[in-house]
Design a protein around this ligand. Structure first.
Ligand SMILES: Cc1cc2nc3c(=O)[nH]c(=O)nc-3n(C[C@H](O)[C@H](O)[C@H](O)COP(=O)(O)OP(=O)(O)OC[C@H]3O[C@@H](n4cnc5c(N)ncnc54)[C@H](O)[C@@H]3O)c2cc1C
Length: 397
């Protein structure tokens, strides 16, 4: 484990934020031989706001990086079925073994983020927690050339780097200091209240929808189940935030009286957490000496439970671009990120509006599923040989 006073004065890359996006990017860059420092103001293995469900693209990334074994070893239950409940009717979807993924997983962030940090360190990246990036260092011409860091004890350090990557979440300080423009903004936002419960037997992911509300049931580590209740942001602000427990109970009851009956016998472990909602956005993903990855560059409403999956996808796309050593590859990274995210972003915004009928939200889920398939195909194509090479290999086999 590295300490603040072991931070050197220069690296190829400094990554600010060391969770899904930052730790994964640091790991991939270190595996490509770059010298990497990643810092995070929070602690190693600390929890964060998230209902932590992974989709196929996210699990695929963890599998190809060798991190999925750790997720399984932590006792994270395999999810082999997703059930969508629309009022009283249900549609079940089996998770078919495909593309190296035989199940989905929803590891707690205390588990997942720590595993990614371990993998980054094993690859040679230096990851230091309890350290805050306070300022960007710039050349006279304005190019970002490093960061200023502050330890929890008040120590200060200036570190130079060829590239500073902001993986510092929705309110990214790197984005703000670099002047990254917001290029696209969502119209809607949903509020969420969630908690973890013991004593709930569930089969895989369950997503419940009823007029103006939704809920998600997500099995996770230690025999617990994460249950979230979601609603339009305005309702969260006007009613739910004042009493999260009553709000959670009320919305789950509105979504499914039958499930609410089961919830009444479950035991809440830890506190409920609330999120008032935040409209999604795309920010510019790069500029001279800086780049953004994960929520720092692209955020969408959590209702489609896809932020971590996209952070793991974009860590790979960004690391490949950086490894070329050419700044214009960062423009390609942004173009790829935007192309792969556009449909997901739109359909998420539509679901987060809560102005659908149950038939309409079902159609939106089919669109979401198509967008996710496209994302998985794009990830698989990253390691596919170029079509000419595949043909040569086939002929010589
Ligand atoms: C209520 C809710 C539920 C969600 N549920 C899901 C879900 O079920 N599935 C899913 O895939 N996604 C979900 N998401 C989204 C998901 O949590 C995010 O997309 C994901 O955490 C993004 O990862 P990240 O690494 O980009 O950023 P973060 O996880 O936000 O990490 C950023 C890190 O940067 C650090 N940092 C910030 N500023 C500084 C600084 N100046 N110096 C040093 N460190 C700094 C922070 O301490 C933090 O650790 C949910 C989000 C919310 C709000």
């Amino acid at each position: 484990m590295s300490r603040f006073d072991e931070i050197a004065s220069r690296y190829d890359v400094v990554v600010v934020g060391a969770r899904a996006a930052g730790a994964a990017t640091a790991m991939l860059l270190a595996r490509r031989g770059l010298s990497v420092l990643a810092v995070d103001r929070s602690g190693y293995g600390a929890d964060t706001l998230s209902t932590h469900a992974l989709m196929r693209g996210g699990v695929l990334q963890l599998a190809r990086w060798g991190v999925l074994e750790g997720v399984r070893a932590a006792g994270t239950p395999a999810v082999r079925r997703t059930t969508f409940h629309y009022g009283d009717s249900s549609v079940g979807v089996d998770i078919r073994p495909r593309d190296g993924v035989d199940a989905l997983f929803a590891p707690r962030r205390t588990v997942l983020d720590a595993l990614l940090v371990d993998a980054a360190r094993a690859a040679g990246a230096q990851v230091v927690h309890g350290v805050r990036m306070t300022c960007l260092v710039r050349s006279l011409g304005g190019r970002v050339q490093g960061v200023e860091l502050e330890s929890a004890a008040g120590g200060r350090r200036r570190v130079r780097a060829d590239l500073v990557i902001g993986a510092d979440g929705v309110r990214s300080r790197v984005a703000r200091l670099a002047g990254a423009r917001v290029e696209r903004l969502a119209r809607r936002a949903s509020g969420v209240v969630y908690g973890h419960f013991a004593g709930l037997e569930v089969d895989g992911y369950n997503w419940h929808y009823a007029a103006g509300v939704s809920a998600g049931v997500i099995p996770t580590n230690d025999g617990l189940t994460c249950v979230f209740a979601a609603m339009p942001r305005d309702r969260f602000l006007a009613e739910i935030r004042w009493d999260l427990a009553a709000g959670h109970r009320r919305v789950v009851e509105e979504v499914s009286p039958a499930f609410a009956g089961r919830m009444a016998r479950a035991v809440k472990i830890g506190s409920l957490r609330g999120f008032p909602g935040e409209p999604g956005f795309f920010r510019e993903a790069w500029g001279p000496g800086w780049a953004l990855v994960g929520d720092a560059g692209y955020f969408k409403d959590p209702i489609t439970a896809h932020g971590i999956t996209d952070a793991l996808r974009d860590a790979e796309l960004l690391a490949r671009a950086v490894a070329t050593g050419e700044e214009r590859a960062l423009a390609d990274f942004q173009a790829q990120r935007d192309a792969l995210s556009s449909d997901l972003f739109e359909v998420t915004d539509a679901i987060a509006g809560y102005d659908w009928t149950l038939d309409e939200v079902q159609r939106l889920h089919r669109e979401l599923s198509d967008a996710m398939k496209g994302e998985v195909q794009a990830l698989l194509a990253l390691d596919a040989p170029p079509s000419g090479a595949a043909e040569t290999a086939r002929r010589s086999a």
